[in-house]
Ligand binder design. Structure first.
Ligand code: NAD
Length: 320
């Protein structure tokens, strides 16, 4: 299938593109290259545009016609939680206008298949360690809110004009499936830790008195290549039949503590570095991992890669 991948020059989008090609699809990237990098795209065609701009719906209609697009994977978004707290209107303008423009263009051109990049940030700070998709979504920052609103818009389009759509709630995405596709943003624990080591600064651990096995926070780390494969499984699922809007967690189902991640980094790089144990950060849930029963059973997808695979692939790709 010819698939438009918005955010295709980004960290995750470029992995999705490689896996689409491997599965026999023909991806076309749409990206404004604000955080994306053109060199990640290789020979994949690029529609360079801001999906949130006033004329975006018309431009997407043109691109859909030009490339005979049959389905869309929508990853383009602003994703910094901290920035979203400082600039909520920018996050609404960017993330929600992008969804609106895309849906307008898809309805007009009758492109009916969509995979939407959502986030575990939709859950907010749940009072369970392992969360399933039926848990009440109560985001605690504007970024998570834009993802939840995006899911609602998908559900409304499914109801109104039959859009076939899957929303994937990613947990903590890390690692590299290819040495040229490293996560260059220093926003998640693993890149933050490697960056600290590179700059001879201590890795900060926020709280060692959480009610977890070693006292540090627990999160569910998913290898970016496993995540990319979940998009292929979602497309296959949409192709089979008439589908209602479905939401799936994408994680491993197993949490790893911050100290366990640091220990894995130590084993992978084989040298010592400084670790600073500091106070808890307000708003951090103690432990959050995905209940992955629904995606396992419905899409037949399971994460294959371990925490060590994630850490060593990130190390290899960023040392390159
Ligand atoms: N990285 C994670 O841990 C994580 C977790 C949950 C959800 N997500 C979601 O996954 C998606 C991809 O994230 P990523 O980590 O690859 O980030 P990224 O910043 O590397 O990729 C986002 C891409 O979208 C493009 N983009 C952003 N706004 C755009 C716009 N208005 N018009 C056109 N292009 C635009 C950027 O240039 C970039 O290439 C995002 O929707 C993000 O919210 C990421």
């Amino acid at each position: 299938m010819k698939i438009l991948v918005t955010g295709g020059a980004g960290y995750i989008g470029s992995h999705v593109i490689r896996q689409l090609i491997a599965a026999g699809h023909e991806p076309i990237a749409l990206d404004d290259l604000s955080t994306g990098k053109i060199e990640r795209l290789g020979d994949t065609p690029l529609v360079q545009m801001d999906l949130a701009s006033a004329d975006a719906a018309n431009q997407v209609v043109e691109a859909i016609k030009k490339y005979s697009i049959e389905g869309v994977i929508h990853l383009a978004a602003r994703k910094s939680v901290g920035e979203s707290v400082d600039r909520p209107e920018y996050y609404y303008q960017q993330n929600i206008n992008s969804v609106t423009n895309l849906l307008v263009a898809m309805r007009e051109t009758k492109v009916m298949n969509m995979v939407f990049s959502s986030s575990a940030a939709t859950y907010g700070s749940p009072d369970v360690d392992q969360v399933n998709e039926d848990y009440l979504a109560r985001p605690i920052n504007p970024y998570g809110e834009t993802k939840l609103v995006g899911e609602w818009m998908m559900a409304d389009a499914a109801k109104a004009w039959g859009l076939k759509v899957v929303s994937l709630r990613y947990f903590n995405v890390a690692g590299a499936g290819f040495d040229d596709l490293a996560d260059t943003a220093v926003a998640n624990l693993i890149p933050i830790a490697f960056n600290a080591i590179k700059n001879n600064q201590p890795i900060q651990v926020f709280g060692t008195d959480w009610p977890t096995s070693d006292g540090s926070c627990v999160r569910d780390y998913i290898h970016v290549l496993d995540l990319a494969d979940a998009h292929i499984a979602a497309l296959d699922y949409l192709n089979e039949d008439n589908r209602e809007h479905s939401i799936f967690n994408v994680g491993t189902g197993k949490g790893s503590s911050v100290l366990a991640v640091i220990d894995t980094i130590h084993k992978v790089i084989g040298k010592d570095f400084a670790v600073d144990l500091v106070a808890r950060r307000p708003g951090d849930p103690a432990s959050l991992s995905a209940d992955v029963s629904r995606i396992n059973e419905t899409l037949g997808w399971t994460a294959k890669q371990t925490l060590k695979d994630i850490v060593s692939s990130h190390y290899r790709a960023t040392s390159n």
